[in-house]
Design a protein around this ligand. Structure first.
Ligand code: CS2
Ligand code: MG
Length: 403
């Protein structure tokens, strides 16, 4: 089953996606998501210039060997660009293997370990009243786990809130990064009030999550976790900058609020200490940024040994191909926790046809062979790449802060 073609398509059906397409001599096609929001062309070049030529002639069935060749063979390891490129190849090869076996990928990974994959979605609002309305809308759609974000009074802009009139939260903008302003003190006062207002209005029947987006110091995060304890959070997400693993010791010493981190992680080495020292409860690494199905399963297997569950990143900047791949992993591992779902806006559905389905707050990958997503290259060509940057965040005195 030799690979005869590997090509990269960069398109923008609603937002930018980089898609790798791999073809074999037997006429099988596999796809993988290679999107790295705001740095798309770096991964596209890594694949086109350095990886695709190496794939030609390889046996598509040798997934582990290909993974090891791309990871160890580059000498320069890890990092978001490398690991997103490796992930795209890995997912495309699993897609091909599933098609060759005429099975959905989750069957190849051991079969269904649950009936469906619990999703969490994102409710937000400029005011608490708006947040409540959005929360109710998500409840009405059947979601069982909801992340809550609301604009911080006194701050011009808050992470996670759609622009007025915007249906979906879309932070990336234009040819220069937009600049946001941040002030920790009002945030720390406001966040517990926001969560309390949701519990008062809606009770304790829904799992509640909140994304801090890497903005606090360890002791500030500890204080937030403590303040949120009465509200029985499912988790607080990314409380501190993720690369500082020992920071979580400080947070952990002070609070029983569950901690989740890892959407920016690329490898098992980024979370080794967090997992083996039991400093977190959920690991948020994703298929598309952490080396694909092969490597993500290794991360989750390590996590399982230490009682840490999965909670993969699933923002809209991860394409339907990686969302589907995530569902196959989620279905089959023993220590699944929750899967983020931000959805994909039209016209993504013109380009990606999916076999996964969502009902009552749970997703199922479907039973189409492979990952169950097809990519229409002609449709993609109608939506050319639209360069955009994620924002930069500054404190009120102008100092650059984590966004
Ligand atoms: C966020 C992401 O969904 C999330 O949890 O943290 O939206 C993140 O900001 C984007 O993926 C960045 O591209
Ligand atoms: Mg997040």
């Amino acid at each position: 089953m030799r690979i005869i073609d590997a090509r990269v398509v960069v398109s923008s059906p609603g937002r930018n996606y980089v898609t790798l397409i791999v073809e074999t001599e037997d006429g099988l096609t596999g796809i993988g998501d290679a999107t790295l929001n705001g740095r798309e062309l770096a991964v596209a070049s890594y694949l086109r210039d350095h990886v695709c030529p190496l794939l030609i002639g390889r046996d598509a069935r040798r997934i582990e060997d290909t993974w090891q060749c791309l990871y160890r063979g580059a000498y320069w390891r890890r990092g978001p660009v490398t690991m997103t490129a490796v992930a795209a190849v890995d997912v495309a090869l699993w897609d091909i293997k599933g098609k060759a076996a005429d099975m959905p990928v989750y069957q190849l990974l051991g079969g269904a370990a649950r009936d469906g994959v619990m999703l969490y979605t994102h409710a937000s609002g400029e005011t608490l009243a708006d947040l409540h309305e959005d929360f109710q809308a998500h409840l009405d759609q059947g979601f069982k786990a909801i992340r809550v974000q609301s604009a911080i009074p006194g701050l011009e802009k808050t992470y996670g809130i759609p622009a007025p009139g915007g249906e979906i939260y879309e932070p990336a903008s234009g040819s220069r990064p937009q600049e946001d302003r941040w002030d920790t003190a009002p945030y720390l006062d406001f966040a517990p009030q926001m969560v309390a207002s949701i519990r008062e209005e809606f009770g304790y029947g829904t799992h509640l999550l909140h994304d801090v987006h890497h903005r606090l110091s360890p002791i500030e995060a500890a204080r937030l976790g403590k303040a949120l304890e009465p509200h029985r959070m499912f988790w607080i997400e990314d409380p501190t900058p993720a690369e500082d693993q020992s920071a979580f010791r400080t947070i952990r010493q002070h609070t029983t609020t569950p901690l989740a981190v890892g959407e920016v992680f690329n490898s098992i080495w980024d979370c080794q200490q967090l997992i083996t020292e039991r400093l977190i409860d959920y690991i948020r690494a994703s298929v598309s940024h952490a080396g694909g199905i092969t490597h993500l399963r290794r991360i989750f297997a390590l996590a399982d040994l230490y009682g840490v569950r999965s909670g993969s990143h699933g923002a809209g900047d991860l394409s339907p191909a990686s969302f589907a791949a995530a569902l196959h992993v989620d279905m089959s591992i023993p220590n699944f926790g929750v899967q983020e779902y931000m959805g994909h806006r039209p016209p993504a559905d013109e380009v990606f046809s999916v076999s996964y389905s969502i009902s009552e707050g749970h997703a199922h990958p479907g039973d189409a062979p492979g990952i169950g997503v097809t990519f229409d290259e002609e449709a993609a060509a109608r939506h050319p790449y639209d360069p955009k940057y994620l924002p930069i965040n500054r404190r009120l005195d102008g100092t650059v802060h984590d966004w």
